[in-house]
Design a protein around this ligand. Structure first.
Ligand SMILES: *Cc1c(COP(=O)(O)O)cnc(C)c1O
Length: 408
């Protein structure tokens, strides 16, 4: 049977007020569709990649030569970072929500021995992986990390910086200090924090690998590049032990970005095909981030989050998160059990908020690239109107006034 010729796919505008993907900036989309038709080794494309590499070093706050983008989404960058983990490697994973939970699964797949993988290939139980679970809604503290590393003395440890599942910031300083103290190499999932947190990764010498994503702090939903950065210690270790991947091999992948033998060279060499459209779009996204300024961005997010928190709490919600790009909250008591209906009703009207993906069920409202007063006001109004429709007598005008008072 032949597939019919479907009508051209039209996708409407929505307000992506979730944990991510965030609202792609128009400029980033425009840059995607405006380059000339070129190939992956055209000199301006290669120059764009070199400039991206330099902008990423600025955004990460690092001198790491091995700083570049891995084609794909956040998980692509994380897969490249974890490619250094081998069967039988001792690694401690800190899990406090959905995403660090998936990080832990990825690592179990890499650290499992042949027998362990074969015994349960989709969910291998790897004896060399120690998982420390911290309850949903709580942060991983330095004390928890210190205690686990002192006890297990692992080769590696990994944690999410900002756990997007529950909206919690984990203690990256405590993590780095404990790694240094116990000779452990730290790996960080910085998918949610890069470009939003006031972060300089070179301040954390216990951490050797960082992986982020295109579509949260970078406003680059055309899924282009996942920013990654590796210290020399990571690269030395990788060179020694190798990785069973060509495409996600950090040393090999870096070549196309003009990083060869640990040094910047004038232009990259072929590793795999890069799209000029992706390069142009990601380049524009990074330019926007740097134009706004890293510290200024961090401050704007903090202020907007505080204002939105006050507005939603004035309507009876209880916020349990502490990330500055995302509110994770409980609806007013009388809506207990109706969280998913509430989210679906909002999403039907292109107001795209999210529930939590693991228990307990909470609501997630994000502000990625939604920092203008008018955009935040729109979120408060639409949220309040939906509360009213679910028979909660929320005072929307008072909530908007509360928002504006905090933004002023
Ligand atoms: C979003 C997210 C991911 C996954 O990113 P994708 O771009 O969907 O692949 C991983 N870790 C954290 C902490 C995230 O927030």
């Amino acid at each position: 049977m032949n597939a019919p010729v479907f009508p051209r796919l039209e996708i409407p505008h929505t307000v992506a007020a979730g944990p991510g993907p965030g609202n792609t900036a128009e400029r980033v989309l425009a840059a995607y569709s405006s380059p000339g038709v070129a190939d992956h080794m055209q000199p301006d494309v290669l120059r764009g990649m070199i400039e991206i590499k330099r902008m990423l070093r600025e955004i990460f706050g690092t001198q790491n030569v091995h700083t570049f983008g891995v084609a794909g989404t956040g998980w692509s960058g994380l897969d490249a970072m974890f490619s250094v983990v081998h069967p039988g490697d001792k690694i401690v994973m800190f899990v406090n929500g959905t995403f660090s939970g998936i990080d832990e699964l990825s690592v179990r797949m890499k650290a499992a021995t042949e027998e362990e993988l074969r015994a349960n290939s989709l969910d291998p139980q790897a004896a060399s992986v120690v998982t420390i679970r911290v309850p949903h809604g709580q942060s991983v503290t330095g004390d928890v990390v210190e205690k686990a590393l002192a006890e297990h003395k692992p080769k590696w440890a990994a944690m999410a910086h900002w756990e997007t599942g529950s909206g919690r910031i984990n203690d990256i300083k405590g993590f780095s200090d404990a790694c240094e103290k116990h000779g452990t190499m730290g790996l960080i999932d910085a998918v949610s924090s890069l470009g939003i947190a006031d972060l300089r990764i070179d301040d954390y010498p216990g951490i050797v690998g960082w992986a982020s994503c295109p579509q949260k702090g970078m406003m680059a939903l055309p899924l282009t590049y996942a920013p990654v950065s590796f210290s020399q210690r990571y690269i030395d270790e990788l060179k020694k032990v190798g990785a069973r991947s060509f495409v996600h091999h950090p040393i090999m992948e870096a070549r196309h970005w003009g990083i060869i033998n640990g040094e910047d060279v004038e232009k990259g060499t072929y590793h795999r095909t890069h799209s000029p459209y992706a390069v142009a779009s990601f380049h524009e996204a990074l330019r926007m981030v740097l134009e706004q300024g890293m510290l200024q961005r961090a401050e704007r997010y903090a202020k907007a989050e505080k204002a939105l928190r006050a507005a939603l709490e004035s309507m009876g919600c209880k916020v349990t998160s502490n990330m500055t790009s995302l509110l994770v909250l409980d609806l007013p008591e009388q809506l207990k059990g109706q969280e998913k209906d509430f989210v679906n009703a909002c999403r039907e009207e292109s107001f795209c908020i999210w529930p939590t993906l693991s228990e307990p069920t909470q609501i997630r409202v994000g502000i990625l690239n939604l920092l203008e007063e008018q955009e935040l006001t729109n979120i408060v109004k639409r949220f309040g109107e939906m509360l009213n429709r679910f028979d909660v007598p929320a005072d929307i005008d008072a909530a908007v006034a509360e928002l504006k008072r905090h933004l002023a």
